[in-house]
Design a protein around this ligand. Structure first.
Ligand code: MIC
Ligand code: SF4
Length: 638
């Protein structure tokens, strides 16, 4: 078996490990972050279970950290009390970005992790099966239920050679994105191997597995080997190590070769992570902002690499350089060794150890300027600025460009490879991670006025007559469906309020039109719902009355979220997509009966009188969830 199969088979509770079959796996660990966590814990509370049933569950606060009103602070307090009562660890605001801290302090080879954040595969860096999912799926895992998924194909990416000067792990994943695109990983696990990996440290591996999310992959992972042991030892956790290697005769569904030695510095140009260019081909463009941080590139090693370049230099007068360390551990270490002082002397603006600008929580770039970011996503407007021009690149390219004030190939300034190895010992201080209460019965859940109960849908109607309220194109992201940023994110615990922003950047009349037509259908192109795990992109449309999403194809997590909240995802052909217009009145005459008994759903266009038949492709379990009106109804009715 390969590493992915070993991890799955040791956790398999239902189904057969055949690509395309529905399987269920047991979950050892869960993580949530605050922007998805409040809903996840409201859902968990509704299940009436006194204590989480996982081996370890951690609640992080890292997204909604600007406290421009009471909302985020309310949420933090709620999350702290929930964790204390229900047996979770609570990573306090300021302690770091969930994925970075989880990798440092909790991730373990051979185990499974389900996280309510799409970049959970960061922990695949230590040989863990780490999967991103919607909050409700994570709530169920905390309740001891297995996680259901379609058994993916396993793609092996063989790495050979070693990168040269100016190239780093970020360029590896950008190269993979260039080759595979943002939909190339759907239905796949990406397993890395090959002679080069023995030289890649765990934080370098994490920069690669993290952005497997941008491929749409179910997860990405590395074997657990001597490098994993070295990392865990330096984190004083060698007891968590187990070796996990692929068998020598293993087969893969696909094999891709990448020679690290032939890689050049790369960047994803606006506004998609797969719009990858050679830095050489875009160099010279003036830059207004450079941001170093995010769960992809904020480790101690990444910060040290940036500090090495900035040392003795000055940030260009036209550039605002921000540094958001991934964890308090990383920040404390660069403070103690003096690198922070190099960063400050160069003129950087040092931010909190949080997601910050990556999710538009502050630091939106100026109009018409280029923002160069070591982040994960550059979807249109995600930075908080309309018509933004965000480029994704490595910390080396970012630091060098911050000095020159224009997009610059790092090899112009850096003449020797900068690779920061593992420190012998990381600075371990877990005092910002609060353990659960020893007296949970005495803990009172603190609920501020920002926290509203989540809406529940009724069972699926027997028949529907509804309008296509919106028709959109390919690769619609969950940022398009349910935007984030500092103004909207604080409403994550308040579905009635946040639903007013559904599709607001695509068509701000959508919420009113959806409500006035009693809900409706959204029609999308390929890879609909790519990007984040935010279940709000299903929950808020559900609140507005959306009943069906028709699309040429769906991204994995979003499709699951639609089903979890009782919205029927239907895959349609090009022909159906082309024939249906926004505003079309559609009848689904026997929708419930067809979901129950048939593999096809009938759609009638009431204007053209054309009838379409489309396969729903749902498993028996998914059919029952849709019929019940969502996963919570389904679980409580079982
Ligand atoms: C993201 O990077 O888009 C987020 C914000 O971390 C999301 C989660 C969310 O929307 O809360 C993700 O990646 O899942
Ligand atoms: Fe946070 Fe950005 Fe990572 Fe999402 S991608 S978890 S917003 S740092």
């Amino acid at each position: 078996m390969n590493v992915a199969q070993k991890l799955i088979s040791s956790h398999l509770v239902s189904g057969e490990m055949k690509a395309g079959e529905e399987i269920a796996i047991s979950i050892d660990q869960t993580l949530t972050q605050d922007a998805t966590g409040t809903m996840a814990y409201l859902e968990f509370e509704a299940m009436g279970i006194p204590k989480v049933k996982t081996k370890l569950s951690v609640s992080y606060v890292d997204h909604n950290t600007l406290q421009a009103g009471f909302e985020n602070a309310d949420d933090h307090r709620f999350l702290k009390s929930i964790a204390s009562k229900y047996g979770l660890y609570f990573s306090r605001p300021g302690n770091g970005i969930c994925h970075q801290v989880h990798m440092e302090r909790f991730a373990g080879p051979g185990q499974t992790l389900l996280g309510s954040d799409s970049h959970t595969p960061n922990a695949g860096s230590v040989g863990m099966l780490a999967i991103g999912a919607g909050g409700l799926s994570v709530a169920l895992a905390m309740a001891g239920e297995p996680f259901w998924l379609v058994m993916p194909q396993v793609v092996r990416i063989n790495l050979k050679g070693m990168y040269g000067t100016g190239v780093s792990a970020k360029d590896v994943i950008l190269e993979v994105l260039r080759k595979l695109t943002v939909k190339g990983g759907v239905g796949k696990i990406i397993e890395y191997g090959g002679e080069a990996i023995k030289n890649l440290t765990v934080p370098e591996r994490a920069a690669i597995t993290n952005m497997g999310a941008e491929l749409g992959a179910t997860t990405s992972l590395f074997p657990s080997d001597e490098q994993t042991l070295a990392f865990l030892k330096a984190q004083q956790r060698e007891g968590d190590w187990v070796e996990l290697l692929p068998d020598s005769e293993t087969e893969y569904d696909e094999i891709i070769e990448i020679d690290l030695g032939s890689l050049e510095p790369l960047a994803a140009a606006p506004s998609s992570p797969d719009n990858v260019k050679r830095v050489r081909d875009i160099e010279g463009a003036p830059v207004g902002q450079v941001c170093i941080g995010s769960c992809a590139n904020s480790s101690y090693a990444d910060l040290m690499a940036a500090a090495t370049i900035l040392k003795g230099n000055r940030v260009h007068p036209d550039v605002s350089l921000t540094i958001s360390p991934g964890s308090r551990q990383a920040l404390q270490m660069i403070t103690e060794n003096g690198a922070l002082s190099d960063i400050i002397s160069a003129g950087a603006r040092v931010l909190e150890c949080t997601c910050g600008p990556c999710i538009g929580m502050g630091q939106s770039p100026a109009t018409g300027t280029i923002s160069l970011r070591t982040f994960t996503r550059n979807f249109p407007g995600r930075s908080g600025t309309v018509n933004d021009q965000a480029y994704l690149c490595s910390p080396l390219t970012a630091a060098v460009s911050a000095i020159t004030g224009k997009i610059t190939d790092p090899r112009d300034l850096v003449k020797e490879p900068i690779r920061i190895g593992l420190p012998e010992k990381y600075l371990v201080d877990d005092s910002m991670i609060l353990p659960p209460s020893e007296h949970p019965d005495k803990v009172v859940i603190e609920r501020g006025p920002n926290i509203k109960p989540f809406p529940i849908k009724g069972p699926l109607e027997e028949s529907l007559k509804i309008k296509v309220v919106l028709k959109v194109g390919d690769n619609i992201t969950t940022d398009d469906i349910m935007p984030a940023g500092s103004k909207i994110l604080p409403l994550r615990s308040n579905i009635p309020a946040i639903s007013e922003y559904v599709f607001s950047k695509v068509d701000n009349t959508f919420p009113a039109r959806a409500k006035s037509s009693g809900g409706g259908i959204v029609l999308g192109g390929t890879n609909y719902g790519q990007g984040s795990s935010r279940e709000h992109a299903a929950l808020a449309p559900m609140y507005l009355g959306v009943k069906v999403v028709l699309a040429k194809s769906f991204a994995r997590i979003h499709k699951d979220n639609l089903i979890n909240f009782g919205i029927l995802p239907l895959t349609v052909s090009e022909d159906v997509y082309d024939s249906l217009e926004q505003g079309a009145e559609i009848e689904l005459p026997g929708i419930a009966k067809e979901v129950r008994e048939s593999s096809e759903i009938t759609l009638k266009d009431l204007k053209t009188y054309r009838t379409y038949s489309t396969e729903h492709g749902l498993t028996l379990r998914q059919r029952d969830i849709i019929l019940a009106g969502g996963l919570l109804n389904y679980v409580s009715g079982k």
